[in-house]
Ligand binder design. Structure first.
Ligand code: HEC
Ligand code: HEC
Length: 200
């Protein structure tokens, strides 16, 4: 009974999430995305300080892209540049952008890299982020193939509570620096996300 109720609630939430975010127009998103490509469209482009690579958005979940942009706009994610970028975007703009990124292709597939020590530690993460970092729900980010240094700093920001997300703060509270290094190495080594480029 309890399980049925939980399932129904989860389905209702999932339905709400996809209903809420399904309305993006990729053509409008393409026009907005030109601003973003100066950083997100250059392979391996680095954030100035602290120095880590700008996250890959190709193959990322559209609903998650909207949630992340809303987080920068609301200030629950701390990055100054992304806060400035998101501040002027409406919810519709965010959905249009997410639809454009989603239209650039599915996550890459292929054989996973050799499993390092991060694989065992990742077992607690895979319920949401997927066995090899391709998540099972639209509001949970894919981690597979993301830049290793970006993943590590994102986990650190949840741990020091600069990124305010109750789910992730709980997940990473007890991780050591060594755990974070190994988890980031594991997920970044899986095939998945890619850098998008503007086409002429
Ligand atoms: C000046 C460089 C720059 C520009 C321009 C820029 N971004 Fe970003 N973006 C970043 C950096 C750096 C991060 C990582 C911030 C952090 O650590 O949270 C980021 C993070 C993101 C994330 C979160 C990704 C994730 O995996 O959580 C999304 C989504 C995003 N940007 C979308 C956009 C969109 C859409 C635009 C254009 C409207 C844009 N960005 C413009 C540098 C930039
Ligand atoms: C209960 C589901 C759940 C579990 C388990 C979970 N996560 Fe997450 N994770 C999320 C959600 C939801 C977000 C997006 C939070 C936000 O909006 O910032 C997220 C975000 C992240 C991000 C940021 C991705 C990006 O692109 O910025 C990383 C990295 C991450 N999780 C790593 C982990 C690791 C490592 C573990 C295991 C130690 C883990 N997660 C366990 C749900 C989960």
């Amino acid at each position: 009974m309890v399980r049925h109720l939980l399932t129904a609630t989860a389905l209702a939430l999932a339905g709400f999430a996809s209903g809420a975010f399904a309305a993006g127009d990729p053509a409008k998103g393409a026009a907005l995305a030109t601003t973003c490509m100066g950083c997100h469209g250059i392979d391996g482009y680095r954030n100035a300080y602290p120095s880590y690579r700008v996250p890959k958005l190709g193959g990322q979940k559209a609903d998650y892209i909207v949630i992340a942009l809303q987080g920068y706009r609301a200030g629950t994610r701390p990055h100054p540049t992304m806060r400035a970028q998101a501040a002027s975007l409406s919810d519709q703009d965010m959905q249009d952008l997410a639809a454009w990124f989603a239209s650039q292709g599915e996550p890459h597939t292929g054989s996973a890299a050799a499993a390092g020590p991060g694989k065992d530690k990742a077992a607690v993460c895979t319920a949401c982020h997927g066995e090899a970092g391709i998540s099972s729900a639209p509001m949970w980010p894919n981690l597979a193939g993301q830049h290793r240094d970006y993943l590590a700093q994102a986990i650190e920001r949840y741990r020091d509570k600069a990124r305010q997300d109750p789910v992730m703060q709980g997940q990473v509270a007890a991780l050591t620096d060594q755990d974070i290094t190994e988890l980031a190495a594991y997920f970044s080594a899986q095939p998945g996300l890619f850098t998008t480029h503007l086409k002429n």
